[in-house]
Design a protein. Structure first.
Lengths: 238, 318
């Protein structure tokens, strides 16, 4: 009799709260070779690990913006790494539908512009959530670069500074959680301007596998409202 | 002469006894007469009691990470029929939040009980003042504990939600993202509070935040049933877009509680339900649910008002 009563308990149908993350990834010429290969492997680890967490795979939504030659939003639905128009509706996909793209390299490093795009994409995504009565967690931006911002001629520029200020302002408003990761010859001082008081991660030995494992575990933790462990920048050579 | 004296003494004593007896019989008859013919609100004279089932269940994500249940609950029924319920959810990121939650519910119930056994507030302002003060004092107790243990107040971060129902009033107070759902005599189900979130659903307010005020709502309404819960169950129990209780969630559970004969057994069954696969597929957070259904009994019955034993939070299963 009691079991019958419990079996009758009906559950409300609510959309899952969303945890949006934008991966802002350097695909400039300098990433050619091992770097881009390891980065692509890292994306596969990220995707696989999150899909193993049922709850997280329904809550975490990822978008990818690459900066190499030009800034592009990448389609993450089919693994083809095709650029798609800037559209907060299409750019994000929940991890249960995420297909890790295989990225290729080219051109210079428009980092500032890419970060600006990421902030704008998140603003528009939040608006979509509000319009659809979907609750959400504080979004993440995860920036990975091996160099420094350069113009089309390949020379270092200063045009990233407004974007760095935008990040600082957004963080002050508690609008975003921002992680910056430098690999190889990355200009850590530039990254520090984006990160502000938060530490910048210098990735050791191109250990993207470890980094993305940390990222997926952290996203899982956020989706479950559990504490996030400190960022794992890999181990030094023994 | 002595014999006569003894006789008169006995006679006097018996007369006194007869007079006392007569007075008692007259008083009882008059009271019955008064109750039947003169009193206009017989329901106020009826003693009420409550059936209660109150459980906290460790969430599956906590089990995986070997973190104990950080929820707590407490419930008391006073001899005047007033029910007090408090639930709390310790913040995942605060390392003493489980203790914070336990301390918060115990202190809150104790403070409310001390005030309400003396007298009930007579108006909205009175209930609001009572709850505001109780929240403040509960925070102070936790603050003192933090000082004694030489750790930050934030280490004890916890939400706190409480509900009081008397014969005529419903008063609720909340810091954080718990929920109080109430059912009226007309079987209308409504949310007495709205969970407090900022912009982000995973960032709520805690009792330990000194710059945030609790949400207090008081209404003159006779409540027939109450459900108080932490956020672990809200996606199953509430239609989140408009903060409406999901009737198919509450009705079978309140029916279950109305029929309780053995509270401990009922709580074991409720625990098992909260730990069931069906529920755990939908939420991996700690779950706390306190359900109470009012059962009015009349004066003519000899049952005394049932006082629930102090219900403490469940220890998490390892």
């Amino acid at each position: 009799m009691t079991q019958k009563l419990f079996d009758q308990v009906g559950f409300a149908k609510n959309p899952e709260p969303r945890c949006p993350v934008v991966l802002v990834l350097d695909t400039s010429q300098s990433m050619e070779g091992t770097s881009i290969r390891e980065l692509n492997e890292g994306l596969r680890t990220f995707s696989k690990t999150l899909r193993e967490d049922r709850k997280a795979s329904l809550r975490v939504e990822a978008a990818i913006i690459t900066f190499g030659g030009k800034v592009q939003v990448v389609d993450v639905r089919d693994g083809e790494a095709q650029p798609i128009p800037f559209d907060a509706e299409r750019a994000f996909v929940t991890m249960d539908n995420f297909q890790p793209p295989t990225l290729t390299v080219r051109g210079h490093t428009p980092m500032g512009e890419a970060v600006s795009w990421a902030l704008k994409l998140l603003r528009e995504r939040k608006e979509i959530y509000r319009q659809n009565a979907i609750s959400y967690f504080r979004p993440w931006i995860f920036l990975i670069t091996d160099g420094e911002p350069t113009n089309e001629e390949g020379y270092p520029t200063d045009d990233w500074r407004p974007a760095a200020q935008e990040v600082k302002d957004e963080k002050a408003r508690k609008g975003v959680i921002f992680y910056a990761v430098g690999v190889e010859e990355a200009n850590m001082e530039v990254l520090a301007e984006f990160s502000g008081e938060d530490p910048v991660c210098k990735l050791k030995r191109l250990d993207f596998e470890r980094l993305f494992l940390w990222l997926s575990n952290s996203m899982s933790a956020v989706a479950r409202q559990a504490p996030v462990p400190p960022i794992d920048c890999g181990e030094d050579d023994v | 002469m002595a014999k006569n004296y003894a006789f008169w003494k006995i006679l006097r004593q018996e007369t006194v006894i007869l007079k006392l007896l007569a007075r008692k019989i007259f008083s009882a008859t008059f009271q019955s007469f008064k109750r039947v013919f003169l009193d206009s609100k017989p329901s106020q004279k009826a003693k009420t009691t409550w059936n209660v089932a109150a459980v906290s269940e460790q969430g599956t994500s906590h089990k995986k990470q070997n973190i104990p249940c950080q929820d707590a609950q407490d419930c008391q029924i006073l001899s005047n029929g007033v029910i007090l319920i408090a639930v709390a959810d310790g913040a995942g990121s605060a390392n003493r939040s489980g203790d914070g939650a336990q301390c918060a519910v115990k202190e809150m119930i104790e403070l409310l009980k001390t005030a309400l056994v003396k007298e009930l507030p007579q108006d909205e302002a009175g209930w609001e003042a009572l709850l505001t003060q109780a929240f403040d004092q509960t925070r102070q107790v936790i603050d003192r504990r933090a000082t004694v243990e030489n750790i930050s107040l934030e280490a004890f971060a916890t939400t706190l939600t409480c509900a009081i129902a008397s014969a005529e009033w419903l008063a609720v107070g909340q810091m954080g993202d718990g929920v109080v759902v109430a059912r009226t005599e007309d079987n209308e189900l409504f949310a007495a509070t709205r969970p407090q979130f900022g912009e982000y659903t995973n960032e709520t307010f805690f009792l330990t935040m000194t710059d945030v005020l609790p949400q207090i709502k008081v209404q003159r309404q006779s409540i027939q049933a109450l459900a108080v819960m932490t956020d672990g169950l809200i996606y199953l129990a509430m239609n989140m877009a408009n903060n409406d209780p999901h009737r198919p969630f509450f009705e079978p559970l309140l029916d279950f509680v109305a029929q309780i004969e053995d509270q401990k057994e009922a709580e074991a069954q409720l625990s098992a339900f909260l730990a069931s696969e069906r529920v755990c597929l939908c939420t991996d957070d700690d779950k706390t649910l306190v359900l109470a259904v009012r059962l009015p009994t009349s004066d003519t019955e000899t049952s005394s008002t049932w006082e629930a034993p102090l219900i403490t939070s469940q220890e998490a299963a390892p």
